[in-house]
Design a binder for this molecule. Structure first.
Ligand code: 5GP
Ligand code: ZN
Length: 112
């Protein structure tokens, strides 16, 4: 199976890594949608957050905690948005779970 984000975990594809834990890695989005736009992923391949929450809820919690730690490290004291696009209707393009950490500007709701 060829997976872009598994390639980043393996170091085969370059990325600007901002934070790492034993089981997660966080790197800047190539095409940022906000002044701060970081993707937080589990090192192990899971297609989406629902799959991981089902097979290993503690690991899903670690990914969420890592996202919060990234927001802290990035200084997003005014707030931020976590997004986990899941499936085609949500526009998920990379089928390796990633939490978008978006911040640094005000954001409208609901999203488009
Ligand atoms: P999705 O639409 O699946 O939720 O988000 C995928 C995200 O991955 C997009 O925001 C896109 O800009 C980002 N992305 C796609 N390819 C790469 C890449 O090679 N490196 C990095 N750092 N981000 C990527
Ligand atoms: Zn993968």
């Amino acid at each position: 199976m060829s997976c872009l984000f598994c390639g980043i975990v393996a170091g085969d594809i370059p990325a600007t890594v901002v934070q790492e834990t034993e089981r997660t890695i966080a790197f800047r989005d190539l095409n940022p949608a906000a002044p701060t736009h970081v993707l937080v992923i589990p090192r192990d391949h899971h297609a989406n957050v629902a799959d991981l929450a089902e097979v290993d809820p503690a690991y899903a919690g670690e990914v969420l905690a890592a996202a919060a730690a990234v927001a802290r490290q990035e200084g997003l004291t005014g707030g931020y948005r976590l997004v986990a696009n899941t499936g085609d209707d949500a526009g998920q393009t990379v089928h390796h779970l990633h939490i978008h950490v978006l911040g640094g500007r005000s954001m409208s709701w609901p999203p488009g």
